[in-house]
Ligand binder design. Sequence first.
Ligand SMILES: [Zn+2]
Length: 245
Amino acid sequence: MARPGPADLPPKVHAAGNREEYLYFLTSGIVSRFYVTQSGASAEFAVTGNEGVIGVASFLGGNSTPSQAVVLSTGYSYRLPADRLKHEFAHDGPLPRLLLRYTQALIAQIGLISACKRHHALEQRLCRWILTCLDRLHTDELAITQGLIAAMLGVRREAVTKSAGNLQQARLLEFNRGRMVVLDRPGLEAHACECYTVVKREYVRLLAEYWKLEASSGRRRVIIRRSSVATCASRDFWVENSLQS
Ligand SMILES: [Zn+2]
């Protein structure tokens, strides 16, 4: 019998309006959730890495959202059919409790990003966005263009180039051929708006107890990977379903 293991993330995890048939529990990489307007403009409202799961509409009951979820940095995930999760929600197990807590953290992130766009300067927002991505990749480097960052932040590319130039001049980071490298992490954190720390604290407050359950295992018990919500109430679930693509 195959062991459960992470599968490649598809470039577009969920399209706008499509039924979310699977949940993706990320173990690496990051996924961006964003909206595209009729005119083609876009703006991100949440970024998710191995602290989270893509496909919350499937267990909240709505099955789809008007937003998209796409892979921003390639990685792996455990995939779980949404129908199997409904079975989990019929019982008061650890996985539903974890997913509800995660959803509250996600709502906090979405709410803060909404306020951030209205009240904080682009340079601060850029720092917040970079740090949020890097926290989820556990690295100081990100393969990304300034054009893609502009699309995620919902601003013009020229504006990102100007702000990035200021941050490079301050020796906080550098961009080079599609790669961004952080040179001074504490300096970047000091430059970011408060939203970065507020959201990070909220994720820790709501989810840290689950992250500590690393190595807990066995039938019908939650299995938590370090810094991840790649979990399931039943190990058999993953063995039978996770890699059937
Ligand atoms: Zn902010």
